[in-house]
Design a protein around this ligand. Structure first.
Ligand code: TGC
Length: 398
């Protein structure tokens, strides 16, 4: 019997990484294996978010790690992607935490905040002492933020926010919410006239702010997503993010989070593939290991190809991002491909595991269930197909 090459030797990804990138990956892999994997099945079963791990993520340097200054690590895009991959190999919920905190909430403050806002929030968020959330999606749906109904109006020296948000990760645990709201007050100090979507930093202790965890989730059970109610929340004049006006503000942050998913979903896929591969040599049916069957080998080969191609695409996009030339349409291509293929790999892995594949003895159903959320948030498959369709034809179909 010939010795099988290690999975990571087939396309030799390691050879394409720098020492620093490999170090970040190893650090994240060790964290995932030592701190998340031993407890994740129980947390998923019990619907428990283990908040004590947040500061540990900060100590590892993972929170806002792609940002410069303010206590952030200033790492490259590929290093950040590799950390996302390793965390999501354990559970999508923990990669989601790092995405919401770093790519969404911290990125919004870093990109669009005043110096005072950055100093106030970012160092504590990088350490994991403070948690942020990003409130864009509303109850009527997440695909069309332009239909936003949450409003912010000026009342003397204050802003008053009214509205509702849904599916907001971490909101009930957060210290600060980045809330996107429609400002329909030409005299509101912008000199622009008309209405514009603007971002506000809302301390979650503010009167009128309520976050309620959403029950009944069969996916992402080890993380928290919430409804938010904003009932005449009063904020000081300087709560507005000065650097963002219009939907390009929140979309600029979504680009960051979607990029993390391009890598992260491949981590979930890798775990499913590894479980199926190991099982294929251990379990015997019809007097031989199931991996000795041609149909099983065909499945394994196709899973490996999509996994490795997905990782290479993520790496390519990461290199473009580091050069500052990554476009939103390219991010859409990556998000669409990674999550779609990760789900297919999870489903194929389940078939190789047979009936045992539906139990928590293997991580596959948990990953498959989580990936249904990942497929939906940060732009559904259909939204990313339409973004690509527009890029190809020049015609918007939404
Ligand atoms: P349109 O409304 O015409 O454009 C508005 C402005 O935004 C600009 N823009 C972008 N800028 C940067 N990056 C991008 N990816 C951008 N996409 C659009 C655009 O150029 C325009 O700028 P300006 O200066 O001309 O005003 O929007 P559109 O027609 O370009 O886009 C339509 C569509 C459908 C593609 C867009 O609405 C879309 O991407 N929809 C999906 C939104 C989405 O992903 N929602 C899910 C959010 S996930 C979430 O909220 C949960 S957070 C995670 C958690 O808490 O767990």
């Amino acid at each position: 019997m010939t010795t099988a090459p290690r999975l990571d030797q087939v396309f030799d990804l390691d050879a394409l990484l720098s020492d620093e990138e490999r170090e970040w990956q190893q650090r994240a892999r060790a964290f995932a294996q030592e701190r998340i994997l031993p407890i994740i099945e129980e947390d998923f079963e019990q619907r428990h978010f283990r908040s004590e791990l947040v500061r540990e993520l900060g100590e590892q340097g993972f929170l806002g790690m792609h940002l410069q200054g303010y206590g952030c690590a200033g790492a490259g895009a590929v290093s950040y992607g590799l950390v996302c991959l390793e965390l999501e190999a354990a559970d999508s919920g923990w990669r989601t935490f790092v995405s919401v905190q770093g790519s969404l909430a911290m990125s919004a403050i870093h990109k669009y905040g005043s110096e005072e806002q950055k100093q106030r929030w970012l160092p504590g968020m990088a350490k994991g002492d403070l948690i942020g959330c990003f409130a864009l999606t509303e109850p009527q749906g997440g695909s069309d933020p332009a239909a936003m109904t949450t409003t912010a109006r000026r009342d003397g020296d204050e802003w008053v926010l009214d509205g509702a948000k849904r599916w907001i990760g971490l909101a009930s645990l957060a210290d600060v919410a980045v809330v996107w709201a429609r400002v329909d007050d030409p005299s509101g100090g912008f000199g622009q006239g008309g209405s514009a979507v603007r971002g506000f930093l809302v301390p979650t202790s503010a009167a009128g702010f309520t976050a309620t965890p959403i029950d009944g989730k069969l996916s992402m059970r080890a993380s928290v997503q919430c409804d938010i109610d904003l009932d005449a929340v009063r904020l000081p004049a300087d709560a507005i993010l000065p650097g963002a006006s219009g939907l390009s503000g929140p979309f600029g942050c979504l680009n960051e989070a979607r990029y993390g998913i391009v890598w992260g979903a491949m981590g979930a896929a890798r775990s499913c593939f590894e479980a199926a591969l190991a099982r294929s040599t251990e379990r015997e049916v019809f007097g031989k290991p199931i991996g000795a069957n041609q149909l099983t080998q065909a499945k394994l080969a196709d899973m490996m190809l999509e996994l490795e191609k997905g990782i290479l695409l993520a790496l390519h996009l990461g290199r473009l991002k580091e050069r500052g030339v990554l476009t939103p349409a390219q991010v859409s291509a990556g998000k669409l491909n990674s999550v779609r293929e990760a789900l297919e790999i999870a489903h194929q892995a389940r078939t190789i595991l047979g009936g045992d594949g539906i139990t928590s003895a293997f991580p596959v159903m948990r990953h498959a269930a989580n990936l249904e959320s990942v497929r939906t948030y940060e732009g559904t498959d259909e939204i990313h197909q339409l973004i690509l369709g527009r890029a190809l034809t020049g015609l918007a179909a939404f």
